[in-house]
Design a protein around this ligand. Structure first.
Ligand SMILES: NC(=O)c1ccc[n+]([C@@H]2O[C@H](COP(=O)([O-])OP(=O)(O)OC[C@H]3O[C@@H](n4cnc5c(N)ncnc54)[C@H](O)[C@@H]3O)[C@@H](O)[C@H]2O)c1
Length: 378
């Protein structure tokens, strides 16, 4: 019998929806030790929070996150608010003894992330950061193939995350939908928002990164602020590209921009090894491309593996072979893994401490771009 787990979710935006969907779907498909109970949703506007509560099945709507964290009946605090609020909420939730699921990037910078890690580890509370792309079955399968040694020695790791939604100078910075362009709310631009995903997946698949050499650009240097109405300097990076050395000797190449006309969320990765290569593309997320040089030369070539069979990661929980799943399922998978680990008293990756490593690489990337020097990961 699944134990009830009372959820307090802070932030009813994009991620508030993906996480709420995961809580609602979890025990329909997974034999979880816990049954999430949607106790309270918290957001800035009462009527929007109430409408969200009605739609997704929360018992109550709240506008003050402190009250959510202080409630003795809340077991898990889920942080789905802009980046500048993660630290304060997570540290308060840790002190209150709550389990914490926090959206990425963990913090505005690695100094702040370090404070969060100390608080979480002192309180010994279950914690996880929502780098959900690890748990798209094709990406999890890539990890399995690499760990089995099928690729052999890794030479190259290449990854991009391309968008095109901030090309117009009329897009404001700050405010509800556009806080990502305000450095005070976001911490950085594409580096923390998009490359953090690429870095997290890379660390998981290919191990640690030693040093980086980066360049960034802010194409539109001033934008109107949605809250003040004034034209202000833009402090975020609109585009970033960096090279790096992995500890295993392989070379990394990463690029992200919000100025790649025609691309909405093109997250790709490619890994080239001695024997084999793999390639994955978020726009075709249920496929893993695989090339194996050891194949018979007459039929050797890139194969496109449809990741839907029951022996592939997570897939036996869903439909039948041949029927694919999508983006939202990665959030169900991370929740299933988190609660399973919590029940067993084990950490669930990526923990806050693991996400701190991603944050340190983001900091090194931004430092390198500023100094135009190779920079060690601190
Ligand atoms: N894992 C992913 O792939 C992914 C994707 C998108 C966003 N994110 C991360 O999720 C977080 C939220 O992003 P989003 O796209 O959902 O943003 P969003 O703008 O859609 O929603 C932000 C929410 O925060 C709430 N909020 C803001 N200030 C608040 C306050 N003082 N008290 C209570 N609520 C407050 C707003 O009401 C809003 O509901 C960010 O850290 C972002 O980086 C992760």
């Amino acid at each position: 019998m699944a134990k009830p787990l009372n959820i307090g979710l802070i932030g009813y935006g994009f991620m508030g929806r993906t996480h709420s969907n995961a809580y609602n779907r979890l025990t329909n498909f997974f034999d979880s030790p816990y049954q999430p109970v949607l106790k309270v949703i918290c957001g800035l506007e009462k009527d929007v929070a109430q409408a969200f509560a009605n739609r997704w099945g929360y018992e109550e709507a709240e506008t003050d996150w402190h009250k959510v964290v202080e409630r003795p009946d809340i077991d898990l605090v889920d942080i789905c608010v802009p980046n500048n609020m993660h630290a304060e909420i997570a540290i308060a939730a840790a002190k209150a003894g709550k389990a914490i699921l926090c959206e990425k990037p963990l913090a505005l910078n690695s100094a702040q992330a370090e404070e969060m890690v100390l608080a979480i580890e002192a309180a010994k509370v279950p914690n996880m950061v929502s780098f959900n792309y690890r748990r798209i079955p094709a990406v999890t399968l890539a990890k399995q193939l690499i760990d089995e040694g099928r690729l052999g020695k890794i030479f190259h790791y290449r990854s991009q995350f391309l968008q095109d939604w901030t090309i117009s100078a009329d897009v404001p910075q700050g405010g509800m939908a556009t806080w990502r362009l305000d450095v005070k709310a976001a911490g950085s631009g594409v580096t923390g928002d998009l490359l953090a995903h690429c870095i997290d997946t890379a660390l998981w698949l290919n191990g640690s990164i030693a040093d980086v050499s980066a360049m960034t650009e802010t194409f539109i240097k001033q934008r109107k602020h949605a809250e003040t109405g004034k034209v202000e300097e833009v402090g975020i990076d609109d585009a970033c590209a960096f090279m790096c050395h992995f500890a295993n000797g392989s070379l990394g190449l990463f690029e992200s921009t919000r100025y790649a006309r025609g691309h909405k969320a093109l997250y790709t990765l490619e890994i080239n090894g001695e024997h084999a290569s793999i390639r994955w593309d978020l726009h075709d997320l249920h496929r893993l491309e695989y090339f194996d040089h050891r194949d018979d030369s007459l039929v050797r070539g890139w194969r496109s593996v449809h990741v839907t069979d029951g022996d592939m990661p997570y897939m036996k929980k869903w439909w039948v072979p041949g029927l694919q799943i999508g983006y939202e399922h990665s959030f169900v998978h991370q929740l299933a893994d988190f609660l399973e680990a919590m029940d067993q008293g084990k950490p669930c990756s990526p923990t806050f401490r693991e996400a701190l490593e991603t944050q340190k690489i983001c900091d090194a990337v931004l430092d390198s771009a500023r100094s135009r020097q190779w920079t060690s990961v601190g």
